[in-house]
Design a protein around this ligand. Structure first.
Ligand SMILES: Cc1cc2nc3c(=O)[nH]c(=O)nc-3n(C[C@H](O)[C@H](O)[C@H](O)COP(=O)(O)O)c2cc1C
Length: 376
């Protein structure tokens, strides 16, 4: 098994080096068949090896990838007192341990969200726990918050914060923490990361920690934000699941905003396994199959909360057109995760360039004019 992974790793590294020396674009379509022969989690480890390098070497930009970062005035927004040079961020779950922050920036992301981080290190669920649904361009994951724990991750963030592009810190409870003590996990995490990160995300919407989604209730949210706001001035957002009735999602998010939430992220993965042909019976689905479900919940929430709080849309976004649809529905920012598995690292630069074109075609001189345009 190790030999298999290593041989694929060297093959892929060889292709990248050859293309680099020939000064050609690294064509993801060339590498993808080899990556897709690996277990998704092993392919992720390879991506992590490459993306960790800028962090380890402490170089601000990888010179080859520099051109991937788009910072155009038309896309630049000031949010939470921080510059977001473009609206496309990396969704939580890719860089759980804050090892790739610089590398992620070189891919062109305007911001990143690390985590989910839990107070104690956690191994997560047994492997295999990540699966591709290639035909549906979708992923199913049952990772279960595998992460190095708050102590180690905090040290890594401290080394480079404040950073030139915003960093969100997504926090969750440990699996072993009983539900009635969940609040203390979140407050511990806010203390540990105090003064670090540009926003926090309360994750109570992952399907992979038993009982976590039960915390999506008004009583918990009221107590949580009551405590959280005493600990930090850093904005705190709530991330919700897509598997709620629209009325429930609207009620919950409106309540959260009243209780002190500074924004809503919609959505996490879905447990609606009817969205793919051959589902596994664990975990949550993301990617193209989630697109419409995620949009519907986002749109319902935006109908109520646009203009009242910051809205971030995530779930199945795989093109500039889809990003633009979310922006016009009220998203100031959007996030992507599964899309990069299927479309590769050029995707973010290409999407940003196309987004600029779409804005100009509609006669907008700044992204802020398009945000919520379909609501007005
Ligand atoms: C492998 C994997 C791991 C994830 N881990 C987390 C996580 O730790 N915390 C979280 O809030 N969301 C996590 N997510 C959900 C994503 O952040 C995102 O909400 C979801 O995948 C929908 O976006 P997408 O369709 O662009 O992937 C994970 C998703 C995937 C595919």
């Amino acid at each position: 098994m190790i030999f298999y992974i290593l041989s694929n790793f060297y093959l892929i590294a060889g292709i990248i080096t050859k293309k680099y020396l020939e000064k050609k674009m690294i064509d993801y379509e060339t590498i993808k068949p080899y990556l897709f022969k690996l277990q998704p989690e092993n392919a992720h480890h390879i991506a992590e090896c490459v993306l960790r390098l800028p962090n380890i070497c402490q170089i601000p930009f990888n010179p080859y990838l520099k051109s991937h970062f788009i910072a155009d005035d038309i896309l630049t927004q000031e949010i939470f007192g921080k510059k977001f040079y473009n609206p496309i961020g990396l969704g939580a779950g890719f860089d759980k341990n804050a090892t790739m922050i610089r590398g992620i920036q070189t891919l062109g992301f305007g911001f990143t969200e690390i985590g989910t981080v839990t107070p104690l290190p956690q191994a997560g669920n047994p492997k295999p726990r990540m699966f591709r649904h290639v035909e549906e361009k979708s992923i199913q994951n049952a990772m279960g918050f595998n992460n190095d724990g708050a102590y180690k991750v905090q040290k890594r963030v401290k080394q480079l914060y404040p950073f030139s592009t915003p960093i969100g810190i997504n926090i969750g409870k440990n699996k072993i923490t009983p539900e009635k003590e969940a609040i203390s996990d979140y407050t511990k995490l806010l203390h540990t990361f105090k003064g670090l990160g540009d926003y926090f995300v309360i994750n109570i919407s992952s399907p992979n920690t038993p009982g976590l989604r039960d915390l999506q209730n008004e009583e918990f949210i009221k107590r949580l934000f009551g405590e959280a706001k005493k600990i930090t001035d850093t904005p705190i957002l709530l991330k919700i699941a897509p598997d709620m009735q629209e009325e429930d999602a609207i009620a919950l998010t409106s309540f959260a905003v009243e209780a002190g939430a500074d924004g809503i992220i919609a959505t996490n993965t879905t447990v609606d396994y009817s969205l793919v042909k051959q589902p596994k019976d664990i975990g949550g689905l993301s990617g193209a199959c989630l697109k419409e479900k995620s949009f519907k919940i986002f749109d319902a929430v935006a109908k109520e909360l646009f203009g009242k709080t910051l809205l971030i849309s995530v779930g199945g976004i795989d093109s500039a057109k889809e990003a633009y649809r979310r922006i016009k529905a009220g998203a100031s920012l959007i996030q992507i995760l599964s899309g990069i598995v299927f479309y590769g690292p050029d995707m973010i630069r290409d999407m940003n360039l196309e987004l600029i074109e779409l804005l100009k075609e509609d006669g907008y001189s700044h992204i802020s004019e398009a945000i919520g345009a379909d609501r007005k």
